[in-house]
Design a protein around this ligand. Sequence first.
Ligand SMILES: Nc1nc2c(c(=O)[nH]1)N[C@H]1C(S)=C(S)[C@@H](COP(=O)(O)O)O[C@H]1N2
Ligand SMILES: [Mo]
Length: 388
Amino acid sequence: MPLSRRELLQAAPLAAVPLLESTASATQAPPAELNPVPFNGMIVRMAQPMNWETPLVGGTRGPLPLYVRNHFALPNLNPATYRLRVEGLVEQPLELTLADLQQLGQVERELTLECAGNGRVFLTPPVRGLQWGTGGVGTARWTGVPLGAVLDRAKVKPGATDVVLVGADRGPVTSDPPSPGPIHFDRGIPLTKARQDETLLVWGMGGEPLPARHGAPLRAIVGGWYGMASVKWLTKLVLIDKPYEGYWQTVDYAIWQRRGDLPELVPITAMQPKSVLTNLTDGAMVRAGTTVTVHGYAWAGELAVAKVELSVDGGKTWAQALLPGKPVPFRWVPWEAKWTIPASWKGRSVPVVSRCTDTRGNTQPDQRDPDRRTYMINHLIPVEVLVI
Ligand SMILES: Nc1nc2c(c(=O)[nH]1)N[C@H]1C(S)=C(S)[C@@H](COP(=O)(O)O)O[C@H]1N2
Ligand SMILES: [Mo]
């Protein structure tokens, strides 16, 4: 019998000693209503600015709360006076209220977000940045309008190639290299991505109004891409004629890409195939001679998950897991695998690891690629389980 999820958590808290580094300082203390206390087992990786991890392992009942990743204090936007401005290379600059946006159309989509730094605590040697365990990821049902509908309304001029999404939050980034004074959180994306069905401007989450910590009154959700593109507290769209080279896609959230022997920094885009275990963690105990069902989630960015496998020998041999739901692009799927533990394994420490493969055959790498700097962490990371 595996221990209960609560016992597992107590036996082995994930990343109990966070290596905290403040990458940004808050410009002002947020009012109390913008500073809710963590709930439902959320794991606090940093109190201010608010950075909470999804409690993937144990802790919650019902739908999992989504992790929160903030670089600055929450801005205080009034939905009644809120306007989204659309400017730059457009025939028709706009100032849209929430009601205007809601009249442009309404769609609902369940989409997965993963922070590009998710899993950073497992990197060796340790690196700077928030020390996410496995739970810098989650899925929610989002209600909003396709970004493409807003761009059509503004009539994008020929020659425009990219759109910059600008958030209301703002502050100086003090890590090295620092920002040029206080800056907003912003991100540019190519128009091809902006016009996909899975790129939305949303005001609802899980059938409720979007909470302040997730970007109310309006945020972008750029489905299939790492979370940094999904700008919260969105106040402005700026149409431009070449890729944006702002702070959050050059200094931060960029990786090395090699053109032959010419390495260059490129912005992080699509989420890579990845899987996590949700009922076994380092130090968990299982009984010899029993069968344990191992549970987890798997996702593959803009693609669907094709298969998930489980290894109980650190990745030498694999057995295929079951996918009880139908895998679709842009959204994670739960998986499960039965593990029959031989009686003779009593006393062993077993490296258990899962592996996700997408519909194009991309799979999780064995080794960490240092060109990814401190981001896009999807290599195989076994958990050590004790057989008793
Ligand atoms: N305005 C703004 N948008 C933002 C951020 C932020 O700090 N400010 N963080 C980004 C990052 S890095 C991630 S991973 C996601 C997290 O979204 P969530 O907090 O709703 O889970 O929001 C993105 N959008
Ligand atoms: Mo992120």
